[in-house]
Design a protein around this ligand. Structure first.
Ligand code: SF4
Length: 182
């Protein structure tokens, strides 16, 4: 494949004729920061019990648990996000254990809205079980980090084999545990 992945992603998202379309979902952005090897498995559609694994590891939460203000789910091209009634994009996570992956997922949504839709929004990262929330804004540093992650994701998902397994505290509850450590 050729061309800058960021340019190809933007062209794909805008519906331009692209020889080799490239898509990144919010979940892919999250996985890139959780574990590149997991991202690779996910990109190959390796069959696992994803729901149970995500719940066990705390990367997914029932959206109704946010419960403080009404939400609207919006599907925009390759991303699907939740809006609070004040227009901010909200990402809900059950615990702050994996905050940076969630922060990057949210930053990607803000970047995508800005670059593809021309819509500027702020975000909020909510941890309802901890009664904690964090404002996330798309500053220059975050923009650069999102673009660098898109290029990194491209490198991982186009690889012929998965990146080496690197042990992490949450491997035990990962859906791909047996592919790495058995
Ligand atoms: S078990 Fe650990 S190294 Fe393997 S995919 Fe999961 S998080 Fe990554």
């Amino acid at each position: 494949m050729s061309g800058d992945p960021v340019s190809r992603l933007l062209a794909t998202a805008r519906g331009d004729a692209v020889e080799e379309p490239f898509r990144v979902t919010g979940v892919m952005m999250q996985y890139y920061y959780v574990c590149e090897r997991e991202l690779w498995f996910e990109s190959r559609n390796v069959e696992i019990d994803r729901e149970n694994a995500s719940v066990a590891r705390g990367t997914r939460v029932d959206e109704s648990s946010y419960g403080e203000r009404s939400q609207e789910n919006l599907r925009v091209g390759m991303i699907s996000l939740d809006l609070l009634d004040d227009g901010r994009v909200v990402e809900v996570k059950p615990s702050s254990a994996l905050t940076e992956p969630a922060r990057m997922q949210l930053s990607y949504y803000l970047w995508y809205l800005d670059r593809v839709m021309g819509v500027q929004r702020d975000g909020v990262l909510a941890h309802p079980t901890e009664r904690r929330r964090e404002d996330v804004q798309l500053n220059e540093e975050r923009r650069e980090k999102v673009k660098s992650a898109i290029r990194g994701i491209h490198g991982v998902v186009t690889g012929d084999s998965p990146p080496e397994a690197v042990e992490k505290s949450y491997c035990e509850s990962c859906a791909y545990h047996d592919f790495c450590w058995v």
